[in-house]
Design a protein around this ligand. Structure first.
Ligand SMILES: [Zn+2]
Length: 423
């Protein structure tokens, strides 16, 4: 059925973390929280290496549905878990493009499957058996949400997610000794069971009322099982980009799921304590029209935080305490994912968060620059575009902010400027 493209570039890392004294104990599965393909990771890793920044972290493998990048020999250690035992004794596998909104869950699972085939190949090579001791999650080694997307898809508990991986690796190991052999075998025998994109139902008191006749986002056909005016338990929610909705709710009665309903068809979202937070569903009742996650406004920032970081914010274009808390959470998440900072993602500014902040300056691009823009926008500064590029406009805004705060006005965002922006 499928084929695999291999990019063997052991020369990129080239034993930077040292040689392992013996065979690995197992595999650690990561979700990269990024958007890049394995091909793009080649350039990214080389840039990181040339900048002397490999200490910020790397794994042996970066994998999507078509391509396996091996960035170092598996006989070497890797800095992928923020933990000595994990780095020394476990191979690191990054399932890439795991950021929400980049690819669908279905495509993400294809990336994950290819990753698990590579795990199966390496387990054959090293004589390892897939079990709860040999298949591990990044979050078992340090404080991180990684592998955040696999976690959401496969049961939201360490053992549930691990058992899912273990079963798949065992199945792949039974098909062949190499990824190529497994793929060839899958082509002639029954394919590996497809995994439905379901999330374990966990009603927690939230309910939604079906507001108007729910229709299928693609066909426009009425979905009769969602009864207008009926109140359902919310079993799970996930961000979507279908139609006008930003979110879909898995609804049902008790633990029995009825199906996913788009936010636009919902009228009223209640939490356990009451308090209708329907305002938080802009697609149903547009509070701010014409705003996107790239609009330079507080509403744009709130939509960005909701979309990428589960901010759960009411999009009201007002920078209140909830928005600042969500900003800090997003910063903590980024520092954990990019720099293995090991922070508790609690939305509170403290000494550990400050200490974990890195220096960001003109020419940078990515989520840290985006969050700096977001904080400045919330404080009323014009940053040019809200796009994650540390441009001249952002540089000038940082200088204006630093002057206003009595900080050294160098246009470089270091620990003190981060503190002034986020605290
Ligand atoms: Zn990870």
């Amino acid at each position: 059925m499928g084929t695999v493209t291999r990019i063997n570039r052991d020369d990129i890392i080239n034993g930077k973390a040292g040689k392992r004294q013996g065979k690995p104990k197992g595999a650690v599965i990561h979700n990269d929280y990024g958007a890049m393909t394995p091909e793009q990771y080649v350039d990214w890793l080389v840039r990181r290496k040339n900048a002397g920044q490999l200490g910020l972290g790397f794994a042996q493998y970066y994998v999507n549905k078509t391509t396996v990048l091996r960035a170092d020999n598996t006989g070497n250690k890797a800095w992928h878990t923020a933990n000595n035992e994990g780095n020394a004794w476990y191979l690191g596998y990054e399932v890439v493009q795991s950021y929400y909104g980049i690819i669908s869950d279905k495509e993400f699972i294809k990336n994950e499957d290819m990753t698990l085939r590579q795990v199966a190949e390496d387990f054959h090579y090293y004589g390892l058996k897939p079990n709860r001791d040999t298949i591990k999650l990044h979050k078992q080694f340090s404080s991180t949400s990684c592998p955040h997307r696999s976690w959401e898809l496969h049961g939201k508990s360490t053992n549930a997610v691990k058992d899912y991986f273990i079963n798949k690796v065992a199945r792949y190991m039974s098909l062949g000794k190499t990824v190529e052999n497994m793929l060839a075998k899958e082509g002639v025998s029954a394919p590996v069971a497809t995994v439905p994109n379901t999330v374990t139902p966990q009603p927690d008191g939230k309910t939604v009322k079906v507001g108007k006749q729910a229709t299928h986002w693609e066909t426009g056909k009425v979905i009769p099982k969602f009864v207008i005016g009926q109140v359902y338990d919310v079993l799970a929610s996930k961000p979507v980009t279908k139609s006008k909705s930003k979110k879909a709710y898995l609804i049902g009665k008790g633990k029995v799921a009825t199906g996913w309903i788009l936010e636009q068809d919902v009228d009223g979202f209640k939490t356990a304590g009451g308090g209708n937070t329907n305002k938080a569903t802009p697609a149903t009742k547009p509070v701010i029209t014409g705003t996107t996650t790239e609009t330079q406004s507080i509403a744009g920032v709130q939509m960005f935080l909701n979309r990428w970081f589960y901010g759960g914010l009411t999009v009201d274009n007002l920078a209140g305490s909830a928005t600042y808390k969500a900003l800090i959470k997003a910063l903590q998440t980024e520092l954990n994912n990019q720099f293995n900072a090991g922070l508790v993602v609690d939305g509170y500014w403290g000494a550990k968060t400050k200490a974990a902040c890195v220096t960001v300056r003109k020419g940078a691009s990515g989520n840290l620059s985006r969050l700096i823009q977001a904080a400045l926008i919330c404080k009323g500064y014009n940053v040019g575009k809200f796009n994650g590029v540390f441009s001249d406009d952002l540089y000038n805004a940082v200088i204006r902010f630093q002057k206003a705060k009595g900080l050294s006005a160098d246009g470089i965002v270091g620990k003190d400027t981060f503190e002034a922006l986020f605290k």
